[in-house]
Structure formats: C-alpha cells, structure tokens
Design a protein around this ligand. Structure first.
Ligand SMILES: [Zn+2]
Length: 408
C-alpha cells in the first residue's frame, strides 16, 4: 500500500495554522477575510507549483485540477479553509491539506491516473461571518438561492457579494463543480466516539437527519414577593416540568437519539419578577426518519395549556438524513482494511458540504478522531499520526476508485 508523507503533511498543517493564528494556538479565519485570502493564495501557489490549474466559481469556491490521462469527470477531494471565530487548526483545512498531500504523493510515486483529480475549497462553509453555513455547496446543489446568499451581510453590514467582489477570487459560474465521478471529504469527527472506541478512522455513511423546535410558554408576569404561589401562572415551572417530561419520553425512543435544549430565555428575566414568557429550543438528531417523526409527535403533542399557561410550539427547521453513495463508502472502508487501520462506519451528527454535494455526485466522507471530541475551539486537536492515517485512506480511496472505474 502506498502511504502519504506524514512529515510533509505535518509541515503543511503547521504552515496553514499561521493564517489567522490566535493567542492560544487556535485559528480565526473567517470567510473572505484577509486571513482567508492569505490561506487561499498559499493553497493556490502550492497547487500551481505541482502543475495544477486553479479556477474559481461565482461563489469564490476554488478548484485545483490535476489532469488525468483521459478527459473523464474528475474525482473531487477537499473541504473548506474558513473557520469560526477562535476555532481550531484542523476543522476544514485538514480536508484540503490531506487532498494536497494525496496529489503530492501521486506525483512522488509518478502514478498516472486516468481520472483528473480536483481539490476543492468551498467558500464559507462555516457561516460564521455570512449566514448560512454550507453556503456555496448549498448554491451548487440548488438548495440555496444565490441572490439571497449574495445579500447576506456580516456584522459590519458588508454583503457577501461585496466581500467576494473585492477579493481576487470571484470567478464564473461556468467553473462550478458540475459532473464528477466522486466527491470524498476528509474531516475531523468533532465528537468523542472514535477516540473513545480507540479507532483510527470513521467511514461516514451519511449525515443525520434532524428537527429543531421552539417552544414558548406564556404565563402572567407579576411581583415575585406579593403574588401567592396559588395565584400564579408561572411559565418557568411549567416549562421546567415540560422539559423533564419530554426527556422521559425521548429517553425511551432509541439509544442513538440525541436531543438538546440549547437555548432558553425568560422574559423579562428579572429576579424579582415572575416571568411572562419562557421560550426554549429542542433540537434532535437521528439516522432513522421514523425516530425523528416520533420526536415530532412528542413535541407537537405537548399540551396547549398547562398550569394556567398557554403553550406554543413552532418547527424552526428540519433536514432529512442524507445517505452517501454505497460504492464510494465501500471503497473508503476497503482502503482502511487494506491499510490495517481500525475503522467503524458511522453517521455524521454535524453538517458538512458533502451532504449537499451528495445530491448530485457520488459522495463519501472520512473522519479522523478529535481529541476529547472538541471542535470549534482553539484547543481542537487531532494527532499528526491520525491526520496522516486519514491522508493514507484518502489517497488509497482515490487510487482504488480510479482502478475500479477503469476496470469496469
Ligand atoms: Zn468543517
């Protein structure tokens, strides 16, 4: 089995961690910021130095192309170079750098592939500066309206269109990612499972479906000292009971179901005042749409009134489970087996560009372990050894796909 150059990959990771480096060794590299431009320019230079041609599309997404022996639809690999505020050195960028290391190794080994290889850097995956996240892959796959995306503004009122227009990376819609033989995205797991199970690689078979509800409980606001308990309509205790009751019901559904009450607000939120309103969110994710439907039934089945308070539930958003392409997923798994790396098939709980690209290109993802499961933090970490193993899997998946497709 051919392996990547772990040393070179380590140097690449260290080099790119300088673009937007924070005090605590993290990274702030917001989409289309000066730090992002510096990383993009370095990426472009490195690609051009090894004979790749770099183009941009109308959302600023970058494509570095290595020609194949035949003019076939390319095998696409990569991820995103942008980060959240005070994010880590691995999220996104590792998918781009392992893709670059893959091409370096193909060149080192003088392998001539029938298929062209394209390394992609999707613009604004994080949505940390311009909402929403997965912006460019959303436009590519037709999930998002480009005009609306261009009008998205950052906190200083600068539109995405303006930031892109003032950059060196605004290209043409003709360069968009269209037909491709496969898309493979390597990413950090952003969860604790691989590390806990002592695994090297997560073979990602898809992205979990989810629902997010907002639940508002309306009571009667009054003085906290003068209103006897028996005369209150208190939305806080009503909400608290409702949350405990929901937890009991959700626990019974499935051991793999995850559910979170991540936001809760009381109004007017003053310690001497019985709240008028308490609003909270319930977000839940699972692979099986039937289980998600059960969650919806529980939330939508909440009483409309309770303890004198009225209750309103609103579905904020949902997404169906995305299943990746069985053949490409199988190839990733086979590459792990041949390399002797411990792997397990899993679904991603987090969203990735791959979930949108999967709607029109055969797609799979490769996860590498996150130390403590941390991500979107400055101390986000994946060992260099695990990064290199991920690169080996990416490289060998590409090689296997090329061989298998040619032999068919
Ligand atoms: Zn990411």
């Amino acid at each position: 089995m051919i392996k990547c150059n772990a040393n070179r990959l380590e140097k690449l990771i260290d080099l790119f961690s300088l673009f937007g480096k924070t005090e605590n060794n993290g990274v702030t590299r917001l989409s289309l910021s000066a730090e992002d431009f510096a990383a993009r320019k370095k990426f472009q230079t490195l690609c051009e130095e090894i004979g790749m041609t770099v183009t941009y599309d109308d959302m600023g997404t970058m494509y570095a192309k290595l020609l194949g022996k035949k003019d076939l639809p390319p095998i696409v690999i990569g991820s995103h170079l942008d980060s959240v505020i005070k994010g880590g050195r691995f999220d996104g960028v590792l998918g781009v750098l392992t893709a670059l290391e893959t091409v370096y190794t193909i060149k080192d080994e003088k392998i001539e592939l029938d298929y062209p290889i394209t390394i992609v850097n999707f613009t604004n995956e994080e949505g940390a500066r311009f909402e929403p996240s997965l912006m460019s892959s959303g436009v590519l796959s037709g999930k998002f309206d480009k005009t609306k995306m261009l009008a998205s503004t950052d906190k200083n009122g600068i539109t995405f269109a303006q930031a892109l227009n003032e950059s060196d990376f605004e290209g043409s819609a003709a360069n968009r990612l269209k037909e491709a033989s496969a898309y493979i995205e390597l990413h950090i797991e952003q969860g604790p499972v691989l590390e806990r199970k002592n695994l090297d690689i997560g073979v990602v078979a898809g992205v979990l479906g989810m629902v997010c509800y907002e639940i508002s409980v309306y009571g009667e606001s009054n003085h906290a000292g003068t209103t006897p308990i028996s005369m209150r309509k208190d939305p806080m205790f009503t909400a608290a009971n409702m949350i405990v009751d929901m937890q009991k019901q959700l626990q019974r559904l499935d051991a793999d179901l995850v559910y979170t009450i991540g936001r809760i607000n009381a109004y007017p939120n003053i310690h001497t005042v019985i709240p008028l309103e308490v609003t909270f969110t319930l977000e839940s994710r699972h692979q099986d749409p039937e289980v998600i439907a059960e969650v919806s039934r529980i939330v939508e089945g909440l009483p409309r009134s309770s303890n004198g308070c009225s209750v309103k539930t609103t579905l904020l958003w949902d997404r169906d489970t995305v299943d990746f392409n069985e053949e490409v997923v199988g190839t990733v798994r086979a590459a792990c087996k041949e390399l002797g790396y411990k792997e397990n098939q899993m679904y991603s709980g987090a969203g990735h560009d791959a979930q949108f690209i999967a709607s029109y290109i055969p797609t799979a993802m490769i996860f590498v372990p996150s130390v403590n499961g941390y991500s979107h933090r400055e101390d986000e970490l994946t060992s260099y050894e695990n990064c290199a193993k991920g690169a080996d899997v990416l490289l060998n998946t590409v090689l296997k796909l090329c061989r298998e497709k040619v032999n068919r």
